[in-house]
Design a protein around this ligand. Structure first.
Ligand SMILES: NC(=O)C1=CN([C@@H]2O[C@H](COP(=O)(O)OP(=O)(O)OC[C@H]3O[C@@H](n4cnc5c(N)ncnc54)[C@H](OP(=O)(O)O)[C@@H]3O)[C@@H](O)[C@H]2O)C=CC1
Ligand SMILES: O=C(O)C1=N[C@H](C(=O)O)C[C@H](O)C1
Length: 275
C-alpha cells in the first residue's frame, strides 16, 4: 500500500515542487491531502494542476483535522506560525511530521522538541543530499584547520525569502562552531557596519544576499594566512529539497517518536553524536 502523504503550503514554491516530486515516486507514495492557509484564494484548486503534473483530484483545503485523518505523514514547508499549529495538530492525531520550514526562535524550537516526545518528527534546515554532505565536510575542515582560520558563512536566496540568515547558513555555522568546540550563540556576528574594529578572533560571520530567483547558494569560507578554502553548495532546483523531504517521510514512517534530521535519514550522523 502507498504511503499517504499530506502537504501543507501546497500552493507555495516548495508545496508545488513537493507535488511534482511525489508524482515521480510511482506507487510507493501518494498525495492524500493538500493544505493551504484558511482564506487562501487557492482553496478548492486541484493540487496536481497547481503543481503542473495534471489534475489528481486532491483539492486544496484548510481543515487540518480532516487532512490528518487521511495521511500517514505530513510534510510541512509553510511558515513558522503555520508549522507550529501543524506540530500541535500532528501531536493530537499521533501523526509523523516532516518540517522544512526555517526561522524558528529558540522557544519555538523547544515546542517542537516537546512534541517529538509523542510523535516522530524529522526537521532539517535543508533536505538536499549535497548540503547534508557539506555539513560533514565543514565539520571536518573546521577540525583540521582549527583556530588558525577565520570562518565566514555566505548565503544567497530569492527575493521572497522572509528569514535571514537562512536556516542552512545557521546549520553550517553550528557545524563549524561545534567542531571547533565553540558555541554559535557566543560567536556569531550577523551585522557589520561602520567602525567595526578588527575582526574578533573566533567569531563566525554571516553575510546574506537576497535577489531574483536564486534557489539557494551557501559558502563556508575558511580564511587563513596565505591560503583559504571555500566549501560551496548551489541548488539549481527545489526538486533537490523536495525529493529529500519525501525520502525523509518514507524513513520517518518507520521510526518511533523522537526528533530526527536529514543526517539521520542519510546515515551521516557522526558516531559521537548518535544516541
Ligand atoms: N528545509 C529545506 O530544505 C527548505 C526549506 N524551505 C523553507 O520552507 C518554507 C516555505 O518556503 P517557500 O515554499 O519558498 O514559501 P512560500 O511562501 O512559497 O510557501 C509557503 C506556503 O505556505 C502557505 N501557508 C501559510 N499559512 C498556512 C497555513 N496555516 N496552512 C497551510 N499553508 C499555509 C502560504 O500561503 P500564503 O502565501 O497564502 O500565506 C504559502 O502558499 C520557508 O520557511 C523556507 O525557508 C524552503 C526550501 C527548502
Ligand atoms: O527559503 C528558501 O528558499 C530556502 N530555505 C532553506 C533555508 O533557509 O536554509 C533551505 C534552502 O536554502 C532554500
Amino acid at each position: 500500500m502507498s504511503l499517504r502523504i499530506g502537504i501543507t503550503g501546497a500552493g507555495g514554491r516548495m508545496g508545488q515542487t513537493l507535488v511534482q516530486a511525489l508524482d515521480q515516486t510511482g506507487n510507493s507514495m501518494a498525495l492524500a491531502a493538500a493544505l493551504e492557509r484558511p482564506g487562501s484564494s487557492l482553496l478548492g484548486a486541484d493540487a496536481g494542476e497547481l503543481g503542473g503534473v495534471g489534475a489528481n483530484g486532491i483539492l486544496l483545503g484548510s481543515d487540518v483535522d480532516l487532512a490528518l485523518r487521511a495521511v500517514d505523514v505530513l510534510v510541512d514547508f509553510s511558515s513558522v506560525a503555520a508549522t507550529l499549529a501543524h506540530v500541535a495538530a500532528c501531536r493530537a492525531h499521533g501523526k509523523a511530521l516532516v518540517i522544512g520550514t526555517t526561522g524558528f526562535s529558540p522557544e519555538e524550537l523547544a515546542d517542537i522538541d516537546a512534541a517529538a516526545v509523542d510523535i516522530p518528527i524529522c526537521k532539517a534546515s535543508n533536505f538536499s543530499t549535497g548540503v547534508n554532505l557539506c555539513f560533514r565536510l565543514v565539520a571536518e575542515a573546521a577540525r583540521v584547520l582549527g583556530d588558525e582560520v577565520d570562518v565566514e558563512v555566505i548565503e544567497a536566496h530569492h527575493r521572497h525569502k522572509v528569514d535571514a540568515p537562512s536556516g542552512t547558513a545557521l546549520s553550517l555555522g553550528h557545524e563549524a562552531a561545534a567542531a571547533l568546540g565553540r558555541d554559535l550563540r557566543d560567536d556569531a556576528v550577523y551585522h557589520r557596519e561602520g567602525q567595526t574594529g578588527a575582526r574578533r578572533p573566533g567569531s563566525i560571520g554571516f553575510s546574506t544576499v537576497r535577489g531574483g530567483d536564486i534557489v539557494g547558494d551557501h559558502t563556508v569560507l575558511f580564511a587563513g594566512d596565505g591560503e583559504r578554502i571555500e566549501i560551496t553548495h548551489k541548488a539549481s532546483s527545489r526538486l533537490a529539497f523536495a525529493r529529500g523531504a519525501l525520502r525523509a517521510a518514507a524513513w520517518l514512517a518507520a521510526q518511533p517518536p523522537g526528533l530526527y534530521d536529514m543526517q539521520d535519514v542519510l546515515g551521516l550522523r557522526p558516531k559521537e553524536e548518535s544516541p
